[in-house]
Design a protein around this ligand. Structure first.
Ligand code: KIV
Ligand code: ZN
Length: 498
């Protein structure tokens, strides 16, 4: 049987404290609920003594979620511990996370203290925290640069004082994977009471090693990982939850987590949206290109057998399908595949001529998208096949006016018309379209781009919608950007009912 690795998520504490990532209470609760759904074991909800807002977040998150342990951070200071205990009073499973710096730098240059005094403060903090809650985690801040012998002494005495979890943070992201793994192994081999507590990793990404260090930590005996969604966090960030979880899942390490991996992508997008912190396109697991193939050789290989170029099934992380990005390097197989998805079944001759046209467009543009293909092989074919057509769209908008839209749709030979107001003409049109459907439709992503520039340009709109936990994409192109937006929305909704 596999050993369980506990997932401790600190998106709402270490992640949120990074510049620009601040969230309001409603947003924090939304993320906490998403983390619960994802299956994390521990949510670090804040640092209660740091501000009334953080205190209240810990209170509200404790009330909003029930399965995960709720953790509040403190320094090894009595007042911090009292305030954290108070903030955690509604948590079903409360944990206080206290600690102090143990490296030479922190002891001498930050705390102006001595190793003995630091050890004493740590022990006192654990004992005090234990008087409020049973579950007490202790962090040895800057453990990555702490001498292993001293670290082992601290860990032993902290466990003897009652700590249930001992956190070994690589606070500055300094360690190399083999060093960090060796540090954990040293503790496993040299701390006599190590079996009385769980050893945790908490790695920062200053050298881009956070995931590698964390995985090296669990291989050597750590059984809790402290991570954030998308790797958000101080400076270069924390260890990305999705990377560690999928590394554990993809390799036979005799380890497993409780994470419901098909929820990874949507949780990543939620955090991206609420923190306004874009995920880089080539980010492992959740980046826009993580499952996109653009070279002809790779595309051909993936189409023959996905595993040729993919180690993870995109569905396992909540991405509907691998995407084949069409560029001048793509071959006929990729073009045929994409056209088939779009509903165009071409004969060999038609494909050959479409491919020649495709190469011309691909030479002019970096990427040939579905709309270009639509134009290429007859955009009208898709519109004709679509279950819903826009018969008319009228919008009234302008300065000092409330934008209003009236939309008339033809759905399987029946015409339905609705009007609605909105924040702007697109919002009004979308509200009117939504009124026509009785299903709950949520707009997840909206992107509008020009083709070539200029006020007479085509507007190209891509949307992603969510309906009954399924995701659908839609595209629209028009010289009128409101029409293009409505076309994209209706295109996505058509896929719901097709
Ligand atoms: O990086 C770190 O050392 C921390 C501790 C407060 C756990 O975030
Ligand atoms: Zn940290």
């Amino acid at each position: 049987m596999n050993d369980k690795v506990f997932v401790f998520d600190t998106t709402l504490r270490d992640g949120e404290q990074a510049p620009g990532n601040q969230l309001n209470m409603v947003e924090k609760i939304e993320i906490a609920k998403a983390l619960e759904l994802l299956g994390v074991d521990v949510i670090e909800a804040g640092f209660p003594v740091s501000s009334p807002g953080d205190f209240e977040s810990v209170v509200q998150i404790s009330k909003a979620v029930s399965n995960p342990t709720i953790c509040g951070l403190t320094r090894a200071v009595k007042k911090d511990i009292e305030v954290a205990a108070d903030a955690l009073k509604f948590a079903k499973h409360p944990r206080i996370h206290t600690g102090i710096g143990t490296s030479f730098y922190h002891i001498h240059h930050k705390l102006q203290s001595t190793p003995e005094k630091i050890l004493e403060r740590g022990i006192d903090a654990v004992k005090y925290a234990k008087s409020f809650v049973e579950d007490v985690e202790f962090y040895c801040e800057d453990a990555g640069r702490t001498d292993n012998e001293f670290l082992a002494r601290v860990v032993e005495q902290i466990i003897a004082a009652g700590a249930t979890v001992v956190n070994i943070p690589d606070t500055t992201g300094y360690c190399l994977p083999h060093e960090f793994g060796a540090k954990i192994k040293y503790l496993m081999d040299n701390v006599p009471n190590i079996d009385k507590a769980i050893i945790s990793t908490h790695c920062h990404n200053d050298l881009g090693m956070a995931t590698a260090n964390t995985v090296s930590g669990v291989i050597n005996g750590a059984r809790q990982v402290e991570v954030t969604i998308n790797g958000v966090g101080e400076r270069a960030g924390n260890t990305a939850l999705e990377e560690v979880v999928m590394a554990i899942k993809s390799h036979n390490l005799g380890l497993e987590t409780n994470i419901n991996t098909p929820h990874l992508f949507q949780t990543s997008r939620l955090v991206q949206r609420l923190m306004k912190s874009p995920v880089q396109a080539n980010k492992a697991i959740v980046g826009k290109n993580a499952f996109a193939h653009s070279s002809g050789i790779h595309q051909d290989g993936v189409l023959k057998m996905r595993e040729n170029y993919e180690i993870i099934d995109p569905k396992d992380v909540g991405v509907n399908e691998s995407s084949i990005v069409l560029t001048a390097r793509s071959g006929r197989a990729a073009l045929r595949h994409r056209l088939e998805i779009l509903g165009y079944a071409l004969q060999q001759e038609e494909l050959d001529s479409a491919y020649q046209e495709f190469l011309k467009v691909a030479d002019l543009k970096k990427e040939v998208n579905d709309d270009d293909l639509g134009v290429l092989v007859g955009k009208e074919k898709r519109a004709q096949k679509r279950a819903i057509k826009i018969n008319s769209l009228q919008v009234i908008c302008g300065k000092s006016m409330i934008p209003t839209a009236t939309v008339s749709l033809e759905i399987q030979n029946e015409t339905r018309t609705e009007s609605a107001m909105g924040d702007g003409p697109v919002d009004a049109a979308y509200s009117a379209i939504k009124k026509i459907f009785n299903k709950k439709i949520k707009l997840e992503e909206f992107l509008i781009q020009g083709f070539a520039g200029g006020s007479d340009d085509f507007g190209r709109v891509s949307v992603q919608i969510e309906c009954e936990n399924n995701y659908f994409y839609g595209f629209g192109v028009d010289t009128d950007i409101v029409t293009a937006s409505a076309e994209a929305f209706v295109d996505a909704i058509s896929k719901v009912i097709e």
